[in-house]
Design a protein around this ligand. Structure first.
Ligand code: PEP
Length: 250
């Protein structure tokens, strides 16, 4: 079901004890918040302890392997995440695509595996600066979405897939897409979902905006019709800042 979500992606930041402290504080700060789902994705090393103090904060992993087990040194499997009580997994983040060579095909395997193991996927898509400058934003987003969602059924989409539109040029750069630029792509994604599935899927899919979301710009972004909250990097590392972003999604 389409819902407002504020999700924090901590990337390779925070030790286990720091993570426990921030999530505990965040939980207190948002105790009275209703109507926004709050998700934090700490590093793998903090998942086990953070799950125990999460309260109303849902916990996500930042990545996973598609296999359940085996000779994949350094990797983490869906059953390991499920066993810890993790509910969500971020897949296809642009940093995974850029630094670790993740392709649409590989991301598709991961999404299928996450859904098969009852993990909800936060599936990220988005264009680079040169794509935008060449007028290729929609082509790139379409390619990511069609590639990543290949073979994913309507039922799976409705139950367990969230899309994160994250223009690469806006991630960690302080350059946010304007609410109008973001809304244009979100509306395009919804149109694409109508073509690929139907209006029900398009209307029910939560589409998050990500890229330098801050307390100061979040309200204007989240007020757009097709923007259902944010996927937030830097500004989710402080409980106070992130709690403001959560409230701006109300
Ligand atoms: C992200 O990592 O998904 C992200 C959007 O980062 P930032 O908010 O720091 O741009």
């Amino acid at each position: 079901m389409r819902k407002m979500i504020a999700a924090g992606n901590w990337k390779m930041n925070k030790t286990n004890s720091e993570a426990v402290e921030i999530v505990s504080k965040l939980n207190e700060l948002i105790a009275d918040v209703k109507g926004v789902e709050v998700i934090i994705a700490p590093p793998f090393t903090a998942l086990s302890d953070v799950v125990k103090v999460a309260g109303k904060v849902k916990i996500a992993a930042q990545n996973m392997h598609w296999e359940e087990k085996g000779a994949f040194t350094g990797e983490i499997s869906p059953i390991m995440l499920k066993n810890l009580g993790v509910e969500y997994v971020i897949l296809g983040h642009s940093e995974r695509r850029a630094y670790f060579g993740e392709t649409n095909e590989l991301i598709n395997k991961k999404i299928k595996s996450a859904l098969a193991h009852d993990l909800k996927a936060i599936f990220c898509v988005g264009e680079k600066l040169e794509d935008r400058e060449r007028g290729n934003t929609e082509n790139v987003v379409e390619d990511h979405i069609k590639g990543g969602l290949e073979g994913i059924t309507k039922e799976e989409m409705m139950a367990n897939v969230i899309i994160g539109y994250e223009p690469v040029w806006a991630i960690g750069t302080g350059k946010t897409a304007t609410p109008e630029q973001a809304e244009e792509v979100h509306a395009f994604v919804r149109k694409l979902l109508t073509e690929m599935y139907d209006a029900e899927v398009a209307g029910n899919t939560t589409i998050l905006y990500g890229g330098s979301v801050k307390p100061a710009n979040s309200k204007a972004l989240f007020s757009k019709e097709n923007i259902d909250g944010g996927l937030v990097g830097g500004a989710s590392l402080k409980a106070d800042d992130f709690s403001i972003i959560v409230r701006n999604a109300l």
